[in-house]
Design a protein around this ligand. Structure first.
Ligand code: SAH
Ligand code: SF4
Ligand code: F3S
Length: 452
């Protein structure tokens, strides 16, 4: 029996993959006749789409769950769902820890939400974490934005970075076919979307699990080929992709990005550490010299490219000198943004079992020093936008000032300017930048720009 009234709330933790999955699961719930409820306390289906990349992400989920489990004792008609990466990692154990749960479902099962909920409404407690082939999805996702959309191109990750839980919880790589990706983009364009971000944990691995190779032995389907294949979808003005792995960031890809006008000048290429021994222990498969070469090459073909990255401090055995190599890399490159984290030992990962773990104090101290440097460097880098004219794709009204709209530069800087969202949403506007802050800009519209 379906509960009434049918109101759902989804809380999403973690990366863009989880955000994309949440949008699809919300679409499935809409299709089942449920309505989105802003207040989780008033919803009778509450779904947590969880992340386990670091211990603090995992612990956050348990504190949220504790509150809802209490509520369930007062209102047994409440349906509680844990989806995503904690669900996959913990499986049945989650039911022992939180017996009030109705459904535990791994990320591969997101598209099966209706089927799984029907089993729950029939009276079962359900755990769905077995590896499966991810089917093409026919539901219409409920997307957060009306202008920019995520499109999954590859699920899973076959790398084995020694600190990382993702391969355990997201499974082996599964690429979607170029035709399915293009068809989704064409639908998005008809619905009015103007920007697409192609998504994968290791997006440069796209296609290596699909059949076919060229006479030279290269895979027939690579990210570069995919960019050429989808580039002319009419109405989609901007293309982005994430996350890139330096090991697979090829010259061919860089040249394609320089050549294809819709590919935006922003690349997210995590380096994790600036020290070669640490990179080796992490199993990353490149040196800091190679990383610098990649960035040089990107800037050779796309001089103004914005570069963002991820970094980990306090990996097991990291010495002060090795940490200084990370600081040096940040000092030298001129990043537009760096997501930093203290190393967190994760279940069933090699590095978690190593003896030379650093203390929380050392990790916290290094994190603080790295963050300080990142903030200084990012603020410096931002200055280049002063007095420039940038193309802004308008997404939303500025939530802090209804007189203003907000959008992004091609290089992914958040930008605000005065205007009417009714007229401007989805338009690309030339904006003269007048105020520069470390992570955002403010300017004045100077005219419409013609789409590429
Ligand atoms: N696939 C991407 C990112 C994966 S997870 C890549 O290969 O870079 C996002 C970021 O979380 C990682 O880039 C890394 O910086 C961080 N991360 C992953 N595992 C971690 C751990 N055990 N402790 C701290 N940070 C971690
Ligand atoms: Fe994790 Fe490495 Fe895969 Fe990225 S490439 S998801 S860090 S295993
Ligand atoms: Fe977290 Fe899972 Fe993404 S562990 S970072 S939500 S793949």
């Amino acid at each position: 029996m379906l509960p009434t009234p049918r109101r759902y709330h989804i809380v999403t933790f973690g990366c863009q993959m989880n955000k994309a999955d949440s949008e699809r699961m919300a679409g499935i719930l809409d299709g089942m006749g449920f309505e989105w409820e802003e207040n989780p306390e008033l919803a009778n289906v509450v779904l947590y789409n969880t992340c386990t990349i670091r211990d603090n992400a995992e612990q956050k989920v348990y504190s949220y769950l504790g509150r809802q489990a209490k509520r369930k004792h007062q209102d047994p008609s409440l349906t509680l769902v844990v989806a995503g990466c904690v669900a996959q990692q913990e499986g049945e154990q989650l039911l022992r820890r939180v017996p009030e749960l109705d459904l535990v479902m791994g990320p591969h099962h997101a598209n099966r939400l209706q089927d799984l909920l029907e089993q729950v409404f029939a009276g079962d407690q359900v755990v769905a974490t077995e590896p499966i082939h991810i089917m093409e999805d026919i539901t219409k996702p409920r997307r957060d934005s009306a202008v920019t959309a995520w499109v999954n191109v590859i699920y899973g990750c076959n790398e084995r970075c020694t600190y990382c839980v993702v391969p355990n919880v997201r499974g082996l790589e599964q690429s979607r076919s170029p035709e399915a990706i293009r068809a989704e983009m064409e639908t998005l364009s008809r619905q009015g979307y103007r920007e697409v971000t192609l998504l994968g944990q290791n997006i440069d691995a796209y296609g290596r699990d699909l059949p076919g190779s060229t006479p030279e032995g290269r895979h027939l389907h690579t990210l570069t080929d995919l960019l050429y294949f989808v580039h002319d979808v009419p109405g989609i003005d901007r293309l982005r992709f994430a996350t890139s792995h330096p090991r697979y960031f090829t010259d061919r890809l860089i040249r394609a990005c320089g050549e294809l006008p819709k590919v935006c000048e922003h690349f997210h290429i995590p380096f994790q550490s600036g020290n070669n021994e640490i990179l080796k222990a992490m199993g990353r498969g490149y040196s800091q010299e190679r990383y610098r070469q990649i960035i040089d090459k990107v800037r050779h073909y796309i001089p103004d490219a914005a570069i963002s990255a991820d970094a980990i401090v306090g990996f097991p055995g990291e010495t002060e000198a090795q940490f200084n190599d990370t600081l040096r890399l940040v000092e030298d490159i001129g990043f537009d943004q760096v997501n930093t984290a203290a190393y967190s030992p994760r279940p069933q990962t090699p590095a978690a079992t190593w003896g030379d773990q650093l203390s929380e104090e050392v990790k916290a101290d290094r994190l603080q020093r790295l963050n300080h440097l990142v903030n200084t460097k990012v603020a410096e880098r931002s200055q280049r936008y002063g007095d420039r004219i940038e193309e802004i794709l308008v997404e939303e009204v500025n939530p802090k000032n209804p007189q203003q709209v907000m959008g992004r530069t091609r290089s992914n800087r958040l930008t605000f300017f005065e205007g009417d969202i009714q007229q401007l949403q989805g338009q690309t506007i030339a904006v003269k930048i007048q105020q520069v802050r470390p992570f955002s800009l403010t300017g004045t519209a100077v005219g419409f720009t013609v789409g590429v």
